[in-house]
Ligand binder design. Structure first.
Ligand code: ZN
Length: 418
Protein backbone atom coordinates (compact mmCIF):
# COMPACT_ATOMS: atom_id res chain seq x y z
CA UNK A 1 0.00 0.00 0.00
CA UNK A 2 1.06 3.52 -0.58
CA UNK A 3 -0.80 6.53 0.68
CA UNK A 4 -0.97 10.08 -0.58
CA UNK A 5 0.26 12.63 1.88
CA UNK A 6 -2.15 15.55 1.72
CA UNK A 7 -0.87 18.99 2.70
CA UNK A 8 -2.78 20.86 5.41
CA UNK A 9 -5.86 22.76 4.20
CA UNK A 10 -5.34 26.38 3.12
CA UNK A 11 -7.65 29.06 4.63
CA UNK A 12 -9.46 29.92 1.40
CA UNK A 13 -9.93 28.84 -2.17
CA UNK A 14 -8.49 32.11 -3.44
CA UNK A 15 -5.36 31.67 -1.41
CA UNK A 16 -5.07 28.11 -2.65
CA UNK A 17 -5.35 29.34 -6.23
CA UNK A 18 -2.76 32.04 -5.60
CA UNK A 19 -0.30 29.62 -4.03
CA UNK A 20 -0.88 27.09 -6.81
CA UNK A 21 -0.28 29.63 -9.60
CA UNK A 22 2.72 31.09 -7.77
CA UNK A 23 4.24 27.64 -7.30
CA UNK A 24 3.68 26.76 -10.92
CA UNK A 25 5.27 30.02 -12.04
CA UNK A 26 8.19 29.52 -9.70
CA UNK A 27 8.67 25.94 -10.75
CA UNK A 28 8.46 26.75 -14.46
CA UNK A 29 10.91 29.62 -14.09
CA UNK A 30 13.41 27.51 -12.20
CA UNK A 31 12.92 24.36 -14.18
CA UNK A 32 15.69 24.87 -16.72
CA UNK A 33 18.25 25.84 -14.14
CA UNK A 34 17.26 23.08 -11.74
CA UNK A 35 17.36 20.30 -14.28
CA UNK A 36 20.88 21.13 -15.36
CA UNK A 37 22.27 21.98 -11.94
CA UNK A 38 20.91 18.84 -10.31
CA UNK A 39 22.26 16.52 -12.96
CA UNK A 40 25.55 15.44 -11.46
CA UNK A 41 26.31 12.55 -13.74
CA UNK A 42 26.55 11.74 -17.41
CA UNK A 43 23.55 10.36 -19.23
CA UNK A 44 24.42 8.58 -22.43
CA UNK A 45 21.65 9.18 -24.94
CA UNK A 46 21.38 6.39 -27.48
CA UNK A 47 20.57 6.74 -31.16
CA UNK A 48 17.22 5.47 -32.43
CA UNK A 49 19.11 2.76 -34.26
CA UNK A 50 20.72 1.55 -31.04
CA UNK A 51 17.39 1.71 -29.20
CA UNK A 52 15.85 -0.51 -31.86
CA UNK A 53 18.66 -3.02 -31.43
CA UNK A 54 18.36 -2.95 -27.65
CA UNK A 55 14.66 -3.61 -27.47
CA UNK A 56 15.02 -6.59 -29.77
CA UNK A 57 17.61 -8.30 -27.58
CA UNK A 58 16.66 -11.16 -25.27
CA UNK A 59 14.58 -11.85 -23.35
CA UNK A 60 11.79 -11.64 -25.94
CA UNK A 61 8.61 -9.69 -25.29
CA UNK A 62 6.11 -11.30 -22.96
CA UNK A 63 3.27 -13.24 -24.56
CA UNK A 64 0.83 -13.16 -21.68
CA UNK A 65 0.23 -11.40 -18.41
CA UNK A 66 0.26 -14.59 -16.38
CA UNK A 67 3.17 -16.41 -18.00
CA UNK A 68 6.86 -16.33 -17.17
CA UNK A 69 7.86 -14.32 -14.12
CA UNK A 70 4.40 -12.91 -13.57
CA UNK A 71 2.98 -16.42 -13.50
CA UNK A 72 5.20 -17.14 -10.49
CA UNK A 73 4.39 -13.92 -8.68
CA UNK A 74 0.62 -13.62 -9.10
CA UNK A 75 -0.25 -15.35 -5.85
CA UNK A 76 -1.20 -13.95 -2.45
CA UNK A 77 2.23 -13.38 -0.84
CA UNK A 78 1.78 -11.42 2.38
CA UNK A 79 4.90 -11.03 4.48
CA UNK A 80 5.58 -14.00 6.73
CA UNK A 81 3.48 -16.40 4.64
CA UNK A 82 4.65 -19.57 2.89
CA UNK A 83 3.78 -18.00 -0.45
CA UNK A 84 5.99 -15.05 0.41
CA UNK A 85 8.89 -17.49 0.87
CA UNK A 86 8.04 -19.20 -2.44
CA UNK A 87 8.22 -15.85 -4.21
CA UNK A 88 11.51 -15.03 -2.51
CA UNK A 89 12.93 -18.35 -3.64
CA UNK A 90 11.79 -17.70 -7.19
CA UNK A 91 13.34 -14.21 -7.31
CA UNK A 92 16.53 -15.61 -5.79
CA UNK A 93 16.69 -18.40 -8.39
CA UNK A 94 16.42 -15.94 -11.27
CA UNK A 95 19.26 -13.75 -10.00
CA UNK A 96 21.40 -16.69 -8.92
CA UNK A 97 21.15 -18.17 -12.41
CA UNK A 98 22.22 -14.83 -13.83
CA UNK A 99 25.26 -14.79 -11.53
CA UNK A 100 24.39 -11.66 -9.55
CA UNK A 101 25.63 -11.05 -6.03
CA UNK A 102 22.88 -11.79 -3.52
CA UNK A 103 22.35 -10.27 -0.12
CA UNK A 104 19.44 -11.06 2.17
CA UNK A 105 18.54 -9.03 5.23
CA UNK A 106 16.31 -11.17 7.45
CA UNK A 107 14.78 -9.56 10.52
CA UNK A 108 11.84 -9.95 12.85
CA UNK A 109 9.43 -7.02 12.99
CA UNK A 110 6.61 -6.15 15.33
CA UNK A 111 3.30 -5.61 13.57
CA UNK A 112 -0.30 -5.07 14.76
CA UNK A 113 -0.94 -8.80 14.16
CA UNK A 114 2.15 -10.00 16.00
CA UNK A 115 5.81 -10.55 15.19
CA UNK A 116 6.56 -11.32 11.55
CA UNK A 117 9.74 -12.53 9.83
CA UNK A 118 10.69 -10.24 6.96
CA UNK A 119 13.51 -10.41 4.48
CA UNK A 120 14.67 -7.91 1.85
CA UNK A 121 16.44 -9.25 -1.23
CA UNK A 122 19.32 -7.29 -2.75
CA UNK A 123 21.04 -8.12 -6.03
CA UNK A 124 24.12 -6.33 -7.30
CA UNK A 125 25.86 -6.87 -10.61
CA UNK A 126 29.26 -5.65 -9.39
CA UNK A 127 29.47 -5.47 -5.58
CA UNK A 128 32.99 -4.02 -5.81
CA UNK A 129 31.80 -0.92 -7.71
CA UNK A 130 32.04 2.22 -5.60
CA UNK A 131 28.67 3.66 -6.68
CA UNK A 132 25.30 2.42 -7.87
CA UNK A 133 21.84 3.15 -9.11
CA UNK A 134 19.15 1.16 -7.33
CA UNK A 135 15.95 0.07 -8.98
CA UNK A 136 13.50 -1.21 -6.40
CA UNK A 137 10.00 -2.59 -5.87
CA UNK A 138 8.21 -4.48 -3.11
CA UNK A 139 7.42 -8.17 -3.49
CA UNK A 140 4.98 -8.65 -0.60
CA UNK A 141 1.25 -8.32 -1.12
CA UNK A 142 -1.17 -6.78 1.33
CA UNK A 143 -2.38 -9.02 4.12
CA UNK A 144 -6.10 -9.33 4.78
CA UNK A 145 -7.49 -11.40 7.66
CA UNK A 146 -10.56 -12.98 6.10
CA UNK A 147 -11.69 -14.88 3.03
CA UNK A 148 -12.10 -13.84 0.27
CA UNK A 149 -10.10 -10.64 0.83
CA UNK A 150 -7.10 -12.74 1.86
CA UNK A 151 -6.86 -13.92 -1.73
CA UNK A 152 -5.66 -10.44 -2.69
CA UNK A 153 -2.89 -10.73 -5.29
CA UNK A 154 -1.68 -7.20 -5.92
CA UNK A 155 -0.84 -7.61 -9.61
CA UNK A 156 0.03 -3.94 -9.99
CA UNK A 157 1.00 -3.75 -6.32
CA UNK A 158 3.70 -4.84 -7.00
CA UNK A 159 3.95 -8.18 -8.80
CA UNK A 160 4.23 -6.42 -12.16
CA UNK A 161 7.04 -4.03 -11.13
CA UNK A 162 8.98 -6.98 -9.63
CA UNK A 163 8.52 -8.92 -12.88
CA UNK A 164 9.74 -5.90 -14.83
CA UNK A 165 12.85 -5.91 -12.66
CA UNK A 166 13.46 -9.59 -13.40
CA UNK A 167 13.03 -8.96 -17.12
CA UNK A 168 15.41 -5.99 -16.92
CA UNK A 169 18.02 -8.03 -15.06
CA UNK A 170 17.90 -10.76 -17.71
CA UNK A 171 18.26 -8.15 -20.43
CA UNK A 172 21.12 -6.25 -18.77
CA UNK A 173 23.22 -9.22 -17.68
CA UNK A 174 24.83 -10.03 -21.07
CA UNK A 175 25.53 -6.34 -21.71
CA UNK A 176 27.06 -5.90 -18.27
CA UNK A 177 29.08 -9.11 -18.66
CA UNK A 178 30.41 -7.89 -22.00
CA UNK A 179 31.42 -4.62 -20.40
CA UNK A 180 33.07 -6.41 -17.47
CA UNK A 181 35.05 -8.51 -19.94
CA UNK A 182 36.23 -5.40 -21.78
CA UNK A 183 37.14 -3.47 -18.65
CA UNK A 184 38.85 -6.43 -16.93
CA UNK A 185 41.00 -7.03 -19.98
CA UNK A 186 41.89 -3.36 -20.31
CA UNK A 187 39.83 -2.98 -23.46
CA UNK A 188 37.12 -0.69 -22.16
CA UNK A 189 35.67 1.72 -24.71
CA UNK A 190 37.34 5.10 -24.78
CA UNK A 191 36.11 7.99 -26.82
CA UNK A 192 35.57 11.65 -26.30
CA UNK A 193 33.85 12.22 -22.97
CA UNK A 194 33.35 8.49 -22.46
CA UNK A 195 35.69 6.26 -20.49
CA UNK A 196 34.04 2.90 -19.98
CA UNK A 197 36.31 1.99 -17.09
CA UNK A 198 35.13 5.11 -15.29
CA UNK A 199 31.50 4.61 -16.29
CA UNK A 200 31.63 1.02 -14.97
CA UNK A 201 32.31 2.39 -11.49
CA UNK A 202 28.55 2.88 -11.25
CA UNK A 203 26.88 -0.50 -11.00
CA UNK A 204 23.21 -1.43 -10.85
CA UNK A 205 21.51 -2.96 -7.85
CA UNK A 206 17.99 -4.30 -7.58
CA UNK A 207 16.32 -4.11 -4.19
CA UNK A 208 13.19 -6.16 -3.57
CA UNK A 209 11.53 -4.95 -0.41
CA UNK A 210 9.50 -7.12 1.92
CA UNK A 211 6.82 -5.71 4.23
CA UNK A 212 5.84 -2.60 2.29
CA UNK A 213 2.18 -3.08 3.08
CA UNK A 214 0.52 -2.07 6.33
CA UNK A 215 -1.18 -4.90 8.22
CA UNK A 216 -3.90 -2.58 9.47
CA UNK A 217 -3.87 1.14 8.73
CA UNK A 218 -0.91 2.83 7.07
CA UNK A 219 1.11 4.55 9.81
CA UNK A 220 4.78 5.35 10.37
CA UNK A 221 5.17 2.10 12.30
CA UNK A 222 2.73 -0.10 10.36
CA UNK A 223 4.15 0.11 6.82
CA UNK A 224 7.41 -0.18 4.84
CA UNK A 225 8.95 -2.61 7.35
CA UNK A 226 11.66 -3.80 4.97
CA UNK A 227 12.62 -0.35 3.72
CA UNK A 228 12.87 1.07 7.23
CA UNK A 229 15.09 -1.81 8.29
CA UNK A 230 17.36 -1.56 5.27
CA UNK A 231 17.81 2.22 5.37
CA UNK A 232 18.83 2.03 9.02
CA UNK A 233 21.11 -0.94 8.41
CA UNK A 234 22.91 0.83 5.59
CA UNK A 235 23.16 4.07 7.52
CA UNK A 236 25.09 2.15 10.17
CA UNK A 237 27.24 0.17 7.74
CA UNK A 238 30.35 2.26 7.20
CA UNK A 239 32.55 1.94 4.15
CA UNK A 240 36.02 0.41 4.49
CA UNK A 241 38.94 2.84 4.58
CA UNK A 242 39.97 1.64 1.11
CA UNK A 243 36.67 2.82 -0.43
CA UNK A 244 37.06 5.77 -2.84
CA UNK A 245 34.43 7.78 -0.95
CA UNK A 246 36.60 7.60 2.16
CA UNK A 247 39.41 9.30 0.29
CA UNK A 248 37.22 12.38 0.06
CA UNK A 249 37.31 12.54 3.87
CA UNK A 250 33.57 12.93 4.16
CA UNK A 251 32.30 13.74 7.59
CA UNK A 252 30.61 11.89 9.14
CA UNK A 253 32.19 8.70 7.83
CA UNK A 254 30.47 7.57 4.64
CA UNK A 255 28.06 4.67 4.88
CA UNK A 256 26.52 2.38 2.27
CA UNK A 257 23.85 5.07 1.78
CA UNK A 258 26.51 7.37 0.33
CA UNK A 259 27.19 4.88 -2.47
CA UNK A 260 23.63 5.29 -3.84
CA UNK A 261 23.57 7.80 -6.69
CA UNK A 262 19.84 7.36 -7.23
CA UNK A 263 17.07 5.12 -5.97
CA UNK A 264 14.34 4.51 -8.55
CA UNK A 265 11.26 3.02 -6.91
CA UNK A 266 8.63 1.29 -9.05
CA UNK A 267 5.13 0.81 -7.66
CA UNK A 268 1.53 0.39 -8.89
CA UNK A 269 2.38 -0.22 -12.54
CA UNK A 270 1.29 -2.67 -15.22
CA UNK A 271 -2.32 -1.73 -15.83
CA UNK A 272 -3.37 0.08 -18.99
CA UNK A 273 -3.17 3.57 -17.55
CA UNK A 274 -0.14 5.16 -15.97
CA UNK A 275 0.53 8.75 -15.01
CA UNK A 276 3.97 9.37 -13.61
CA UNK A 277 4.88 12.73 -12.08
CA UNK A 278 8.12 14.03 -10.68
CA UNK A 279 8.07 14.68 -6.93
CA UNK A 280 11.63 15.80 -6.28
CA UNK A 281 13.43 18.71 -7.95
CA UNK A 282 16.71 16.81 -7.59
CA UNK A 283 15.47 14.11 -9.97
CA UNK A 284 13.20 16.09 -12.30
CA UNK A 285 15.88 15.44 -14.90
CA UNK A 286 15.63 11.66 -14.46
CA UNK A 287 11.86 11.91 -14.92
CA UNK A 288 12.54 13.88 -18.13
CA UNK A 289 14.95 11.18 -19.31
CA UNK A 290 12.44 8.38 -18.73
CA UNK A 291 9.75 10.42 -20.49
CA UNK A 292 12.15 10.93 -23.37
CA UNK A 293 12.81 7.17 -23.56
CA UNK A 294 9.07 6.56 -23.86
CA UNK A 295 8.69 9.27 -26.52
CA UNK A 296 11.52 7.89 -28.64
CA UNK A 297 10.16 4.34 -28.35
CA UNK A 298 6.79 5.65 -29.52
CA UNK A 299 8.37 7.65 -32.32
CA UNK A 300 10.15 4.54 -33.60
CA UNK A 301 6.99 2.46 -33.33
CA UNK A 302 8.64 0.13 -30.83
CA UNK A 303 5.84 0.17 -28.28
CA UNK A 304 2.11 -0.33 -28.58
CA UNK A 305 0.30 2.71 -27.28
CA UNK A 306 -3.21 1.95 -26.13
CA UNK A 307 -6.03 4.39 -26.84
CA UNK A 308 -5.71 7.51 -24.72
CA UNK A 309 -2.40 6.38 -23.23
CA UNK A 310 0.11 8.40 -25.22
CA UNK A 311 1.17 10.54 -22.28
CA UNK A 312 2.36 8.51 -19.31
CA UNK A 313 4.70 11.15 -17.93
CA UNK A 314 3.12 14.34 -16.61
CA UNK A 315 5.09 17.57 -16.81
CA UNK A 316 3.73 19.04 -13.60
CA UNK A 317 6.36 19.14 -10.86
CA UNK A 318 4.63 17.77 -7.80
CA UNK A 319 5.38 18.76 -4.25
CA UNK A 320 4.89 16.60 -1.21
CA UNK A 321 4.89 13.02 -2.30
CA UNK A 322 3.38 9.61 -1.82
CA UNK A 323 4.17 7.39 1.17
CA UNK A 324 6.18 4.40 -0.01
CA UNK A 325 9.43 2.43 0.42
CA UNK A 326 11.59 5.38 -0.59
CA UNK A 327 10.80 7.46 2.50
CA UNK A 328 13.44 6.10 4.94
CA UNK A 329 16.06 6.65 2.24
CA UNK A 330 14.76 10.09 1.27
CA UNK A 331 14.89 11.16 4.91
CA UNK A 332 18.54 10.06 5.00
CA UNK A 333 19.46 12.15 1.99
CA UNK A 334 19.23 9.58 -0.82
CA UNK A 335 18.20 10.98 -4.20
CA UNK A 336 14.83 9.46 -5.20
CA UNK A 337 12.90 8.99 -8.42
CA UNK A 338 9.46 7.64 -7.53
CA UNK A 339 7.85 5.90 -10.49
CA UNK A 340 4.30 5.37 -9.25
CA UNK A 341 1.00 5.77 -10.98
CA UNK A 342 -0.93 8.79 -9.72
CA UNK A 343 -3.84 8.47 -9.28
CA UNK A 344 -3.49 4.87 -8.15
CA UNK A 345 -4.99 2.13 -10.35
CA UNK A 346 -8.76 1.86 -9.79
CA UNK A 347 -8.30 -1.72 -8.56
CA UNK A 348 -5.93 -0.62 -5.79
CA UNK A 349 -6.20 -2.86 -2.69
CA UNK A 350 -9.18 -4.75 -4.08
CA UNK A 351 -9.49 -8.34 -5.29
CA UNK A 352 -9.73 -6.90 -8.80
CA UNK A 353 -5.99 -6.18 -8.70
CA UNK A 354 -5.25 -9.56 -10.26
CA UNK A 355 -4.01 -10.70 -13.69
CA UNK A 356 -7.12 -9.21 -15.32
CA UNK A 357 -6.02 -5.73 -14.19
CA UNK A 358 -2.80 -6.00 -16.19
CA UNK A 359 -2.32 -4.90 -19.77
CA UNK A 360 0.16 -6.79 -21.95
CA UNK A 361 0.94 -3.75 -24.16
CA UNK A 362 1.51 -1.64 -21.05
CA UNK A 363 3.83 -4.25 -19.49
CA UNK A 364 5.82 -4.51 -22.70
CA UNK A 365 6.03 -0.74 -22.93
CA UNK A 366 7.35 -0.51 -19.37
CA UNK A 367 9.93 -3.22 -20.04
CA UNK A 368 11.22 -1.29 -23.03
CA UNK A 369 11.20 2.06 -21.25
CA UNK A 370 13.25 0.51 -18.45
CA UNK A 371 15.70 -1.02 -20.93
CA UNK A 372 16.41 2.29 -22.61
CA UNK A 373 16.49 4.28 -19.36
CA UNK A 374 18.88 1.83 -17.64
CA UNK A 375 21.22 1.57 -20.61
CA UNK A 376 21.42 5.32 -20.99
CA UNK A 377 22.01 5.77 -17.27
CA UNK A 378 24.73 3.11 -17.21
CA UNK A 379 26.29 4.02 -20.55
CA UNK A 380 25.50 0.66 -22.11
CA UNK A 381 24.79 0.13 -25.78
CA UNK A 382 24.07 -2.81 -28.07
CA UNK A 383 27.74 -3.29 -28.78
CA UNK A 384 29.19 -6.55 -29.97
CA UNK A 385 32.73 -7.69 -29.28
CA UNK A 386 33.76 -6.73 -32.81
CA UNK A 387 33.16 -3.05 -32.18
CA UNK A 388 35.04 -2.70 -28.94
CA UNK A 389 38.55 -3.89 -29.62
CA UNK A 390 41.56 -1.90 -28.63
CA UNK A 391 44.96 -3.54 -29.05
CA UNK A 392 46.45 -2.10 -25.92
CA UNK A 393 45.04 -0.11 -23.07
CA UNK A 394 45.62 3.62 -23.27
CA UNK A 395 45.04 6.24 -20.68
CA UNK A 396 42.29 8.76 -21.30
CA UNK A 397 44.87 11.51 -21.73
CA UNK A 398 46.79 9.58 -24.34
CA UNK A 399 43.61 9.03 -26.30
CA UNK A 400 42.51 12.62 -26.04
CA UNK A 401 45.91 13.81 -27.23
CA UNK A 402 46.13 11.40 -30.10
CA UNK A 403 42.84 11.45 -31.94
CA UNK A 404 43.95 8.54 -34.13
CA UNK A 405 43.48 6.19 -31.25
CA UNK A 406 39.94 7.32 -30.51
CA UNK A 407 37.52 4.49 -30.97
CA UNK A 408 34.54 5.21 -33.24
CA UNK A 409 32.11 3.41 -31.04
CA UNK A 410 28.84 3.90 -29.25
CA UNK A 411 26.83 6.96 -30.17
CA UNK A 412 27.00 8.21 -26.65
CA UNK A 413 27.61 11.80 -25.73
CA UNK A 414 27.92 13.84 -22.66
CA UNK A 415 24.84 15.75 -21.63
CA UNK A 416 26.03 16.76 -18.20
CA UNK A 417 26.08 20.40 -17.16
CA UNK A 418 28.02 20.83 -13.98
ZN1 ZN B 1 -0.41 -1.78 -1.67
Amino acid sequence: MSRIRIPSSPPSLLLLLFVFVSCLTLITARQTRDESSYQKRDFHTLSNEDITKLVNLDPPQWNGVDEGHLGKLLIPRASGSQNNTLVQNYISSVFTNLGWHEEKTPFRGTTPIGDIDFQNLIYTFDPSAPRKIIIAAHFDSKWFPDFPANQFIGATDSAAPVSMILDLAEFLTPLLNQRKGRVDSGRGILKRDFDEEEVAETTIQFVLFDGEEAFRDWTATDSIYGARHLAELWQNTFLPSSHPLNKRRLSPSPSVLNTIDHLVLLDLLGNKHSMIYSYFRETDWLHAKMKSADERLQHEGLVEVEKGEKEWFGDMRMRGGIGDDHLPFLHRGVSIFHVISNPFPKVWHTLADDASALSLPALRRWNRILRVFSCEYLGLGPLSATTSKSPTKKTTDELRINGMHMLPLARTYKTIVE
